[in-house]
Design a protein around this ligand. Structure first.
Ligand code: GLN
Length: 228
């Protein structure tokens, strides 16, 4: 059985816990490195990635989070969570920020613009629809949303979307350019939008299947989480 942790430093962790509850699963709030020993999978919510990174730094969570990902434990990042899981982030307002990394991609932190440019869009996600059934499309809630610009060969693209024409991408990009908004790389699932803010629990049930696949094995070999 999988035990799902939800990083509860900032952002939409309560909404993820509520979505899990609708599927009959209790999400465990994670704020300290040693708490990662007690869970077999982890959701990193949306919010504000620089704030989350600063809090993770002050709680000394980065080494444990990196180890958790490296151990192959299922991890799902939504929005700010996607940014934190990326190996490379661009589009920061000032300087860099701490990243957990593991997901071989380059993400633009705010490609879809500010709060005012937040939007909802129907997305085609064949992988999740064929796994979970139901309608072919998913409601993507994009809030100050990032987008993935480049992925490594090992990354499976689950959904893409037309790039916004707001001048944030380098000049002379073709009109029709699309950017990536959902991916899976082995144990890592990442979405630029917020399934936890919709009534559709198919993303959560897909992640629970990923988590169940490795849950048994994970429980029998607990992670040696570095706590200092
Ligand atoms: N773009 C935001 C950031 O940099 C993420 C927005 C979100 O999580 N809704 O953290």
């Amino acid at each position: 059985m999988a035990i799902v942790g939800v990083l509860a430093l900032q952002g939409s962790f309560n909404e993820h816990i509520a979505a899990l509850r609708r599927l009959g699963v209790k999400g465990v709030e994670i704020r300290k490195p040693e708490q990662l020993r007690n869970v077999t999978s982890l959701i990193i919510p949306g919010g504000e990635s620089t704030t989350m990174a600063k809090l993770a730094e002050s709680y000394n969570l980065f080494p444990a989070l990196r180890e958790f990902v490296k151990m192959g434990r299922p991890v799902w990042g939504t929005c700010a969570g996607l940014i934190l899981l990326s190996n490379n982030a661009v589009g920061q307002k000032s300087g860099g920020q701490g990243l957990i990394g593991g997901l071989n991609c380059t993400v633009h932190r705010n490609l879809f613009g500010s709060q005012l440019q937040s939007f909802e869009a129907e997305l085609l996600v064949p992988e999740i629809a064929s796994s979970e059934g139901g309608p072919e499309t998913f409601c993507g809630v994009f809030i100050r949303a990032p987008a993935i610009l480049e992925v490594g060969k090992e990354v499976q693209v689950l959904a893409d979307y037309p790039a916004p024409s707001n001048g944030l991408l380098e000049e002379n990009v073709e009109e029709e350019r699309r950017v990536i908004v959902a991916v899976r790389q082995g144990n890592i699932l990442a979405t630029a939008f917020h399934p936890e803010l919709t009534a559709d629990t198919r993303w959560h049930s897909y992640f629970l299947k990923m988590a169940d696949d490795t849950g048994e094995e994970a429980l029998s070999s607990p992670v040696a989480i570095p706590v200092d």
